[in-house]
Design a binder for this molecule. Structure first.
Ligand SMILES: NC(=O)c1ccc[n+]([C@@H]2O[C@H](COP(=O)([O-])OP(=O)(O)OC[C@H]3O[C@@H](n4cnc5c(N)ncnc54)[C@H](OP(=O)(O)O)[C@@H]3O)[C@@H](O)[C@H]2O)c1
Length: 365
């Protein structure tokens, strides 16, 4: 986009292209800017085929909302890859801009809780599923979805964490509510080199838990030790069930993998242990018996980051910015542009991800 097309608020106010609702909105200049046209990665469905491409669009074309933000960063989650390629039925309408999360600064607000210039983030809530998402230079969202950026995080860090890190931290918070404590023994993270996994390893390590990382990638053991694991197991430890109960090893488990890995976790949890189940990369079917539940009192906790209530959302982001703050964000992040999304989707769907792809949309402080 040409720099000359851009209009700085308060220097050249030209809001004719905005909904008239926004004409009375408060505006100020804190480095963010509005433009007539901007780029976004929009997903289309034609003849049962789902595909995405970068298009030029404008504010009026975005899904409705009380605030407009200029996006600094988005990131690529497994769900984004399922959605944009049609591999999973994630998007409920087409065409739709992809991206289930973003961070940025507000450029227009008609909600008194938020002012122009505020640094914010949004994860889930239907973004990139039924509401135009974060793979866009601008996003318009309901104010009720907006989380003020914690002061201990910057815009880039917040999307290095993103939905994956939020899910990891929500898993820890829920396990702690269900009895997990540092004195109970070792925790385990499955799919440990992926987004949720690599951030769960870091969150647990930051909070002082002993963490075992389970990965199928034999070449990544040193990487996992470098981000906070104190033991790494290869995927082949998960064999066929020898019985409904095996040696009890874990006080807590963050599991974004599901399938036979989750079945194995239920057989190997310590008495009273909690498993936080968030994902399905190894499948949706579960082969379980009730015995770990009734003989060891284990707990299987469902984790839904997308529709998490706002009070819990803010609590989890507060912890992500303090005692659960991942200590090795830089070493897990690959920065890309929206032109490189397709390649990132393929990497995630092939199970080859190491850490996170973050998508830079603008240089904002
Ligand atoms: N419930 C929620 O709110 C929520 C939020 C975010 C994500 N999720 C879900 O969590 C899962 C992970 O998301 P992500 O963004 O972290 O994805 P990701 O970055 O692609 O990581 C997934 C990891 O799972 C492991 N894996 C992949 N295929 C596997 C297979 N066939 N068998 C065993 N392990 C496999 C791999 O780790 P290793 O190679 O190290 O084993 C891979 O890196 C997805 O299912 C996603 O939809 C749910």
């Amino acid at each position: 986009m040409e720099q000359s097309e851009k209009i700085f608020i308060c220097e050249h106010v030209n809001l004719s292209y905005l909904m008239k609702d926004f004409l009375s909105a408060k505006t100020s200049k804190r480095g963010s800017e509005l433009v007539d046209q901007f780029s976004a990665f929009r997903v289309f469905q034609e003849d049962q085929k789902v595909y995405g491409k970068v298009v030029e669009t404008q504010i009026d074309d975005l899904s409705e909302g009380d605030v407009v933000a200029q996006v600094a960063y988005s990131c690529v989650n497994y769900k984004d890859a399922l959605a944009a390629t049609g591999t999973g039925k994630i998007m409920r309408r087409f065409p739709l801009i992809g991206g289930i999360d973003f961070s940025g600064r507000i450029v227009l607000s008609k909600d008194e809780r938020f002012a122009v210039g505020d640094a914010i983030l949004v994860t889930g809530c239907g973004l990139g599923e039924n509401h135009d998402g974060g793979f866009s230079e601008y996003v318009r969202v309901p104010a009720d979805w907006v989380v003020p950026l914690p002061k201990e995080l910057d815009l880039r860090e917040s999307m290095a964490i993103g939905t994956a890190g939020f899910t990891a931290a929500l898993s820890v918070v829920e396990m702690e509510r269900n009895g997990l404590s540092k004195t109970n023994g070792r925790t385990i993270v499955t799919g440990a080199t992926g987004g949720v996994g690599s951030l769960a390893v870091q969150c647990l390590a930051a909070a002082g838990y002993e963490v075992t990382a389970l990965t199928r990638k034999d070449g990544e053991h040193d990487f996992l030790m470098s981000i906070g694991a104190t033991e790494v197991l290869s995927g082949d430890v998960v064999g066929e069930a020898a019985g409904p109960l095996e040696k009890a090893r874990w006080s807590g488990a963050v599991d974004p993998v599901g399938g036979r890995i989750l079945s194995w976790l239920t057989r190997t949890m310590q008495p009273g242990g909690a498993v936080a189940c968030s994902g399905l990369t190894a499948g949706t079917d579960l082969d379980l018996t009730v015995l770990p539940f009734i003989l060891r009192g284990i707990k299987l906790l469902g984790i839904d980051s997308s529709m998490c209530p706002m009070t819990k959302r803010q609590e989890v982001w507060q912890r992500l910015s303090t005692d659960l703050k991942p200590g090795h964000l830089q070493s897990i992040v690959t920065e890309i542009s929206i032109l490189e999304l397709q390649n990132a989707f393929e990497t995630l769907l092939a199970g080859k991800a190491r850490g996170r792809f973050i998508v830079k949309l603008a240089e904002l402080q």
